[in-house]
Design a protein around this ligand. Structure first.
Ligand SMILES: NC(=O)c1ccc[n+]([C@@H]2O[C@H](COP(=O)([O-])OP(=O)(O)OC[C@H]3O[C@@H](n4cnc5c(N)ncnc54)[C@H](O)[C@@H]3O)[C@@H](O)[C@H]2O)c1
Length: 329
């Protein structure tokens, strides 16, 4: 990426509406993440595990820097996740992202990160599914129909010929809106279910996207997930009972160091050790799915790498469309 023509002494501010209006599509995002994870698997990125502060129980404010030389991308995301925000009518995930010129370090863009977080997380799920789900997978189960539930279904539908999805949320109004909106958007049948089990037992690909809780009451039990199915645990281990997790033949993550960091912080206490991270799989250093009957899990924690893979492209598109506001440094 060239930012040579960026006005000197200025940076581009992109609001959430600007970021969305930039119009980066899911297929491109999945491709950008694939490049970034290949680079990671080959040891060519810089990304320290994310440090955080915690102002409320189960909430976080995380600093997420990464440098991807191949994409000439460097920057940091400062993101908050507050599970109780919905009670105030506020989003769970909010924050800002800063992009820096890789040659001078000078910031050239500041943007809202909610849209990017929503979409890049889903793109990472789909990328994991590309390597870990059966290619003919066509039934999806979405447990928790919030922002991630929506983007994850869209991302899976980008790579797989989904013909039917089951949707479960413990808030009926949220689930009903999800079913109506997503059916219209994606054009296949979406069945709202009142029992979470019904979103799992006949699904080829299951996404859990509820709140991340340190002391959750897990829902999915052993015997629910069919043989040969893939799962993406966007909400860490919150949704899966230990016995259900023990049934996975292959547990993967997006970054081993980050996984150990979360483990030390009290998550994933009963989760089998990941046998591979997504970078190792995309780079061909570790296998993805090896047999049709394997149960596979992607426990992707969300990396700065994901954000820095897509943010420069959002900047370029926004710039080409004249979006945003130039501000003095
Ligand atoms: N791994 C990652 O990279 C990553 C990135 C972003 C967000 N997340 C996580 O994804 C989760 C969802 O984020 P979001 O932005 O979609 O939040 P959101 O508030 O939009 O959606 C959460 C949904 O979960 C529902 N819910 C709560 N408890 C439930 C239960 N027991 N069963 C079913 N549904 C339940 C809520 O009604 C809501 O619809 C959060 O835990 C967030 O921290 C993970």
């Amino acid at each position: 990426m060239s930012i040579d023509t960026t006005p000197q002494g200025k940076f581009l501010y992109l609001s959430q509406a600007d970021v969305e209006a930039a119009g980066l599509d899911m297929k491109t995002m999945i491709g950008l993440l694939e490049t970034a994870f290949r680079e990671k698997g080959n040891g060519r990125i810089e990304m320290p595990p994310k440090p955080g502060i915690h102002t409320q129980p189960d909430a976080f404010l995380h600093a997420m820097p990464a440098y991807i030389p191949a994409l000439k991308s460097a920057g940091i995301k400062w993101v908050g996740g507050y599970p109780e925000n919905f009670k105030r009518g506020l989003p769970y995930i909010t924050g800002l992202l800063v992009l820096n010129d890789v040659e001078t370090g000078i910031p050239y863009a500041v943007m809202d990160c909610a849209w990017i977080t929503a979409y890049r997380t889903a793109a990472a799920s789909a990328l994991s599914a590309k390597y870990l789900a059966r290619p003919e997978s066509h039934v999806a189960g979405i447990l928790a129909c919030g922002v991630q539930g929506r983007t994850n279904l869209e991302a899976l539908a980008t790579l797989f010929k989904i013909t039917r999805a089951f949707a479960y949320d413990n808030r009926r109004d949220v689930q009903d809106r999800f079913v109506a909106d997503m059916q219209k958007k994606l054009g296949f049948e979406i069945v709202g279910v009142t029992n979470p089990r019904d979103a799992v037992v006949t699904s080829d690909m299951v996404v859990t996207s509820g709140p991340i809780l340190k002391h959750p009451t897990p829902t999915i039990r052993a015997g629910w997930l069919p043989r040969g199915a893939f799962a993406s645990a966007v909400d860490f281990d919150s949704y899966w009972t230990p016995t259900a997790q023990a049934e996975f033949d292959k547990v993967t993550t997006d970054d081993h160091a980050q996984f150990q960091y979360y483990k030390a912080a009290g998550y994933f206490q009963q989760t089998p050790e990941p046998c591979a991270d997504l970078g190792e799989i995309v780079a061909g250093k570790k296998p993805g799915r090896e047999r049709a009957d394997e149960r596979t899990l992607a426990a992707n924690l969300g990396l700065a790498l994901d954000d820095m893979a897509v943010a420069p492209e959002v900047f370029q598109l926004a710039r080409a469309r004249g979006l945003g506001t130039w501000l003095p440094l």
